[in-house]
Design a protein around this ligand. Structure first.
Ligand code: MP5
Length: 207
C-alpha cells in the first residue's frame, strides 16, 4: 500500500474532504463573513494542536524523516504567527471556544500518539494532502481570500506534502498488515474530520 493509493481507494470520502461549498465560495467570494471568521479561529486552534502532535511525532521519527518533520514543525509554528497577523489585520478574534469538530480533531490527534508510527505519519500526510487539494480547488480565490489560497498552494507547500508522502510510503512499506489497516482507517477518519471541519465553519456563517 502506498499513500497515494488511499484517496482513490475511498473516492466518496476523499471528495467530501476536499470539496465543500465553503471552498467554492472562497473561490467566488460569496462566503459569509461569519463562516470565514469561524474557520479562522477554529483552524488556529487546530494548528496549535497540530504543533503538539508534530513535535511528539518528530521525537519518535526515524532518522530519514527528521528533516521533513523538523521543517514542518518550524513551519507550523510560523503559521500560528501568520494566523495571528491575519486575524489582527481583519480585527477578528482568535479566542473562540473549541467547537465540536475542532474538539474531535484534537482527540484524534492525541489518540495518534498511541498508534504505531506508520499510522501517525500516514494521518499527517493525509491532513496536509487534504489542505493542498482543497485550496487548489478554490484557486485562484476571490481577492478577499486569495492569500489564504496561496498559502496552501505554494510549490514549497506541495514539496513538503510530497516529502511527507515519501515518509509515509517508507513506513508503510515496512509495516505489517495490521498497521496498514490501521493507517487506512486513520486516512478515512481524517477525511471525515476534514469534511466536518468545513461544515462547522460553513454553519458558523449562519447557513
Ligand atoms: C490543515 C489545517 C493543514 N490547517 N486545518 C485542517 C482542519 N486540516 C489541515 O495543516 P497546516 O499546518 O495548516 O498545513
Amino acid at each position: 500500500m502506498r499513500a497515494r493509493d488511499l484517496p482513490p481507494g475511498y473516492p466518496a470520502e476523499w471528495r467530501e474532504a476536499v470539496s465543500h461549498p465553503f471552498l467554492e465560495s472562497v473561490r467566488d467570494g460569496s462566503l459569509p463573513a461569519g463562516a470565514f471568521e469561524s474557520w479562522l479561529a477554529q483552524d488556529y486552534r487546530f494548528v496549535a494542536d497540530l504543533l503538539v502532535f508534530q513535535a511528539r511525532l518528530l521525537a519518535r521519527s526515524p532518522r530519514p524523516d527528521q528533516a521533513v518533520l523538523a521543517g514542518g514543525l518550524v513551519a507550523v509554528e510560523a503559521e500560528l504567527g501568520w494566523f495571528e497577523e491575519k486575524a489582527g489585520e481583519r480585527a477578528l478574534g482568535l479566542d473562540a471556544p473549541f467547537l465540536p469538530a475542532t474538539g474531535a480533531y484534537r482527540d484524534f490527534l492525541a489518540g495518534l500518539e498511541n498508534e504505531p508510527y506508520p499510522v501517525a505519519i500516514t494521518a499527517l500526510w493525509a491532513l496536509e494532502e487534504v489542505y493542498l487539494e482543497s485550496w487548489r480547488g478554490a484557486a485562484p480565490g476571490h481577492p478577499d481570500y486569495r492569500e489564504f489560497v496561496e498559502h496552501w498552494t505554494t510549490p514549497e507547500f506541495a514539496d513538503y506534502v510530497a516529502g511527507l508522502e515519501d515518509s509515509a510510503d517508507a513506513a508503510l512499506r515496512d509495516a505489517g498488515e495490521e498497521e496498514r489497516e490501521r493507517a487506512a482507517a486513520a486516512f478515512l477518519k481524517v477525511c471525515r474530520l476534514e469534511r466536518d471541519f468545513w461544515q462547522m465553519a460553513w454553519l458558523g456563517g449562519g447557513r
